[in-house]
Design a protein around this ligand. Structure first.
Ligand code: PMP
Length: 372
């Protein structure tokens, strides 16, 4: 039995054959999964009951932060916060923490997730749209960032739409990036970024933890009604232990970060993401007529390639055939439709190889049907 709960019948057992390409959560590499499983064994030292007040947890948190700093080259003046609440909570916490006396914020509208961030920010700030980036990200010279804005927000990888910002522009106002689906898959430029945040469930571990990396010069301007445990400066002063931090996801992130370091760090993750996404896009291009991609080649995501079948009616048979071939969780985001491949850090190369074979075989079969 995989686990005991009422959803058991509906949920595929863990370890079921095949591969998941889920966008919602990335798989853990086998070594990391084994390390985590061993640490969960019941007993006095189980990670599941490690008190956050213990020296062992403080050591774990310090090591996790140190590894993250090494991997991303985070400058000393940036504070690293380990928070709960998911990346979506940050959609509200950014304006609450960063607006200060400014009432204005600028956002780039690039798809599904940026629009959620914008909708939430509009509850607290006057939001202007600096640019609209759908099939491509416009040149920064064309952006209209409000000079009164306390910050400008981008979603560096639009998980649902398959669009990725290639670089981080130099702006006159602080640049804030939601990197929930591409943190630790690419190098960062902290001369241009003032704040980065990410839920860890996709590229760095398991749900329940949100990492906020913030230039300390932005801290200390939270609106008075900001909940204390959601005040960046208060959490920074308390080393993210103002309330019980998400101990288990921090442990998983610790294992994942060390695994990333052992693979060659962020350059190795970036290289793998590029190589694997290039291979997926090449297979889709070979199947032109069967597959269509809306995003311009220059801004296609290295992490979440999204595509459509020639007609929407072909999507269910495609997904069924993929499931039958052991390729799971390829359905596009409900607001977007189509098909979405997620190539997070923990996805195995053999999963990508199996997907490439399937994409080619499906297109061959379709073109055979069309010409017959
Ligand atoms: N931002 C992006 C880019 C995402 O992909 C997601 C989740 N798919 C979120 C924010 C929301 O994350 P959470 O569910 O942790 O709130």
């Amino acid at each position: 039995m995989a686990w005991r709960c009422s959803a058991e019948a509906a949920a595929p057992p863990r370890g079921a054959p095949g591969f998941s390409f889920s966008a919602a959560a990335g798989p853990l590499p086998d070594e990391v999964g084994a390390e985590v499983a061993a640490a969960c064994r019941p007993g006095r030292t189980s990670i599941l009951s490690l008190p956050f007040t213990s020296p062992a947890f403080r050591h774990l948190q310090e090591e996790t932060e140190a590894c993250l700093r090494r991997l991303l080259g985070i400058p000393d003046r940036f504070r690293v916060l380990f928070l709960a609440g998911g990346a979506s909570a940050q959609f509200a916490l950014l304006p609450l923490n960063l607006l200060g006396t400014a009432g204005h914020a600028s956002y780039v509208d690039s798809g599904c997730w940026s629009r959620r961030a914008i909708a939430e920010a509009r509850r607290y700030a006057e939001v202007s749209i600096a640019a609209r980036a759908f099939a491509a990200v416009p040149d920064v010279a064309e952006w209209q960032v409000d000079p009164r804005a306390a910050y400008c927000h981008i979603t560096s990888n639009e998980t649902a739409d398959g669009l990725q910002f290639r670089d981080f522009p130099a702006l006159a106002v602080p640049l804030v990036a939601d990197m929930t689906s591409d943190l630790l898959t690419r190098p960062l430029d902290f001369t241009r970024l003032s704040l980065v945040y990410a839920g860890t469930q996709k590229t760095i571990g398991t749900p329940g933890l949100t990492v906020v990396i913030a230039d300390e010069r932005l801290l200390g301007r939270a609106r008075p009604e900001t909940p204390c445990v959601m005040d960046y400066a208060a959490q920074a002063a308390a080393d993210s232990r103002l309330c019980t931090p998400p101990v288990f996801p921090i442990f998983v992130a610790h294992c994942m970060l060390h695994w990333i370091a052992a693979q060659g760090g962020v350059p190795a993750m970036a290289e793998a993401a590029r190589r694997r996404s290039d291979a997926v896009y090449a297979a889709l291009a070979e199947g032109e007529g069967t597959y269509a991609i809306a995003v311009d080649p220059a801004h296609r995501s290295h992490i979440n390639p999204c595509f459509r079948l020639a007609s929407e009616a072909q999507t269910p048979p495609f997904l069924q055939a993929a499931e039958a071939a052991g390729l799971h969780d390829l359905r596009g985001h409900p607001e977007v439709g189509g098909v979405r491949v997620s190539l997070y850090n923990g996805v195995a190369d053999e999963a990508v190889d199996a997907l490439l074979d399937f994409l080619r075989a499906f297109a061959r079969e379709r073109s055979g049907l069309c010409t017959a």
